[in-house]
Design a protein around this ligand. Structure first.
Ligand code: 5GP
Ligand code: SF4
Ligand code: MG
Length: 458
């Protein structure tokens, strides 16, 4: 998911709209904006893309000086209108709106306790747990309600939270998700990715730190820590696949990092060939890096129909396969009679790689060598990124050689974990190496409970 917040700007809703539009790659299932005008709050949300949910007239009605917004990609808790965020609650004293990127690993544990104490939940989303915790502390000032609630949460979270008078941004104690602070016309903005600042003309100020709570109100911006300062364990897949190439995450530009991943991959798994191609859009940067280091020509061997959404999210295997076919086409003139290196960013179920290998062969490629710019994904993610359960992960039960056979490639290599860390610019001497590596190693940086909502438990 993607989150956005702005405080103290008369075009708050417009800025949120443009910000969310630039974060659309982080979630295409739903979008919403809540605005505050100091007196009350208003909301528009819906299923679908940002451009489908908001029209000029809906935006015009969202008047106010502050706004938070969300684009949704449901990994836990299921889809549907009620789960579209921001979640919005009105009470006689104060309203509350929350937008969340990540996944709370102890949401079910907390929910059981809260329900025992009388809470009635409206949604199946893990995010709502925080709303109930906040309201349990309603004898305190708003920011303290939040500060007292956060220590109960486990897992990965970047939240933007709003009352009539304050905008609050928080990042989990391991900083697993990206969250940055920017400034525009003297007003503060926060967003999951810095591309949202570029699109509205805001200037990047800094990252929110692990365990940090940022409080923005008419007195300006303040920072407090609700957890002891930790070295980060930011999601590796943000660099490999998820974030937009023009964003900087934790100080590293995504395109440059992906290029380094490709270069490292070429060092580790060179293969002689005639052309190197990426799989648009996500692996283009890595393919360019691979070609540069391997000293092979980089070509557009595959093109993407830009009017098809992300194939990963399609509900059934059959639809996913059709999706890949609709989305990607080989450029016959480029691959015919050639030995092709196809660089992709990751293999999850293997659908994409298998289809593409077949497409390239059908288009006349004499050899197809698959190179993956991340290590094998052997374990499910509980933190809000990959949706697959471990049974669906091709690398959880197959060796690299078996996967090569399953996808029908002439050769297959993945990037090593150390190679990935080096390419990102991390040292293995740091605690957690600065990165979450759980889907590659099975070492989860937080506790996983028996009833942690697993992807696809929906
Ligand atoms: P597969 O087809 O093997 O199941 O998925 C891998 C492909 O899906 C890659 O091309 C990758 O770019 C794309 N993809 C889309 N969404 C995701 C996601 O959430 N995680 C990962 N790892 N890959 C994804
Ligand atoms: Fe990211 Fe993998 Fe960690 Fe999930 S398990 S947060 S996808 S690195
Ligand atoms: Mg891809």
């Amino acid at each position: 998911c993607g989150v956005f917040g702005v405080y103290g700007h008369r075009d708050a809703a417009q800025l949120a709209y443009y910000g969310l539009h630039s974060l659309q790659h982080r979630g295409q299932e739903g979008a919403g904006i809540v605005v505050s005008d100091q007196v009350g709050m208003k909301q528009t949300k819906g299923e679908g893309l940002v451009t489908e949910v908001f029209q000029e007239d809906t935006l015009e009605k969202l008047t106010g000086h502050a706004a938070i917004g969300h684009v949704r990609y449901s990994t836990a808790g299921g889809g549907g209108y009620v789960n579209v965020q921001p979640l919005f609650f009105q009470t006689q004293s104060e309203s509350l709106a929350l937008a969340h990127n990540g996944n709370l690993t102890n949401a079910m544990v907390l929910r059981e306790q809260l329900e025992r104490d009388g809470s009635i939940f409206q949604t199946t989303s893990d995010t709502e747990v925080l709303a109930h915790l906040i309201r349990k502390h309603n004898y305190l000032p708003f920011e303290d309600q939040i500060k007292q609630s956060l220590p109960y949460l486990e897992g990965a979270y970047a939240f933007v939270i709003m009352s009539e008078h304050q905008l609050i941004a928080v990042l989990d104690p391991l900083g697993m998700r990206p969250l940055s602070i920017g400034k525009i016309d003297g007003s503060w903005v926060v967003a999951s990715e810095t591309c949202a600042f570029d699109v509205i003309g805001a200037e990047y100020v800094r990252e929110v730190k692990p365990g940090e709570m940022i409080i923005i109100d008419q007195d300006g911006l303040r920072s407090e820590f609700f957890a002891k300062q930790n070295e980060r364990a930011i999601c590796s897949m943000e660099y490999v696949y998820f974030a937009r190439p023009d964003s900087n995450v934790d100080g590293f530009n995504i395109h440059s990092t992906r290029k380094m991943l490709g270069k490292q991959l070429a060092k580790e798994a060179f293969v002689d060939a005639d052309v190197v191609t990426g799989v648009p859009d996500s692996s283009i940067s890595a393919a360019i890096g691979f070609a540069e280091t391997a000293q092979l020509p980089y070509e557009l061997g595959l093109i993407k129909n830009r009017y098809v959404g992300r194939t990963f999210i399609k509900p059934s295997q059959e639809l996913r396969e059709k999706g890949v076919q609709m989305k990607l086409s080989p450029v016959r003139k480029i691959v015919e009679g050639k030995r092709v290196v196809m660089v992709d960013d990751s293999i999850v179920r293997g659908t994409t790689s298998r289809k593409i290998v077949q497409m390239l062969r059908d288009a006349g490629a004499t050899e197809v060598h698959v190179r993956i710019s991340s290590p094998p994904i052997t374990n499910p993610c509980y933190y809000g990124i990959d949706t697959s359960s471990s049974g669906e992960l091709i690398a959880s039960s197959n060796s690299v050689e078996e996967i090569r056979q399953l996808i029908g490639a002439d050769s297959l290599s993945y990037l090593s974990i150390d190679g990935m860390l080096e390419a990102i610019g991390r040292s293995s001497t740091m605690k957690n190496c600065g990165q979450c590596l759980a889907c590659f190693t099975g070492n989860y940086p937080t506790e996983i409970h028996d009833n942690t909502i697993r992807p696809h438990d929906k």
